[in-house]
Design a binder for this molecule. Sequence first.
Ligand SMILES: NC(=O)c1ccc[n+]([C@@H]2O[C@H](COP(=O)([O-])OP(=O)(O)OC[C@H]3O[C@@H](n4cnc5c(N)ncnc54)[C@H](OP(=O)(O)O)[C@@H]3O)[C@@H](O)[C@H]2O)c1
Length: 303
Amino acid sequence: MTGSITRTNRVLVIGATGKVGRHLVDELLTAGVAVRALVRNPAKAGLPEGVELVCGDLAEPDTLEPALQGVGGVFLLWPFFSATDAPRVVEAIAKHARHVVYLSSMGVRDDLSPEQNGVWGELEHMIVQSGLEWTFLRAGGFAGNALEWAAQIRGTGVVRRPYGGAVRSSIHEADIAAVAARVLTEPGHAGAKYVLTGPEQLTFADQVRIIGEAIGRPTRWEEIPAEAARQQLLAELGDPGFVDGALAYWAGLADQPEPVTHTVEQLAGRPPRTFREWAADHAETFTARPEDLDGHVMARENG
Ligand SMILES: NC(=O)c1ccc[n+]([C@@H]2O[C@H](COP(=O)([O-])OP(=O)(O)OC[C@H]3O[C@@H](n4cnc5c(N)ncnc54)[C@H](OP(=O)(O)O)[C@@H]3O)[C@@H](O)[C@H]2O)c1
């Protein structure tokens, strides 16, 4: 860290147009915090009035300087499969800010090396080394991962994927944001690693049934071989390491369900939202014709 660090309470939200970031921006504005958003395309950001938009791109760390000038806290997510550019990004943040809240993953284990913990472990390690105050939000699977099924649900109501018996404790993105807002605006969270989950364990097949109940249409899970899904996911996501990692993880979740933690309630002061609430909040995405959805809904679905 250098002498340019400021004591301002202005918060820079990276990923402000994403599933967590939009909720976080709302939380911070409601709390009266000065919010700046890093955006790649201000015209398409669709963020509320009162947010300062500053252009920059995480893939080009030299572009981040204007967004970091005069901020105290930074909410960071890392939207890439590789950590190659991350050291320069973390260095730039450490030059200006005093506290970073990093959206990590529940999959990170303290008994493994940074590399064994994947891109999330590598980012955490860099941040610890940076001299910044840090807080890690180790989130479990987002409820929003179910948006990946939206086209199938809109089309036939049948979700064809493997591992329908995988048990997850999916978290509503608004609850991650609620915790992030608290951690960014009150003292006492430096050095904490918070594992955040939703309130209940549900199989993938349960989640599909609940979406059907929320939208008033029959929906069901249809099991397909993992290899068939692998080809579809590779076509959608591209990164073989990520796809194979996800499939292997889901395969294990029937026997080793994701745990439920109570961290959201402890930090946000309210119980975490249920998957049923998430499905009701996103019913439109599962029912509307794609051409009728606005750009932000489609961006969330593709995110
Ligand atoms: N899904 C899960 O189950 C899960 C679990 C644990 C942790 N996570 C972590 O959560 C993060 C994703 O959060 P999310 O779902 O809220 O995000 P999201 O909806 O996928 O949106 C991605 C955000 O990142 C921004 N972004 C993408 N590339 C960028 C770049 N080159 N420079 C600057 N900004 C860029 C996007 O902005 P634009 O508007 O410019 O596109 C958007 O705001 C990931 O880092 C993931 O590792 C996910």
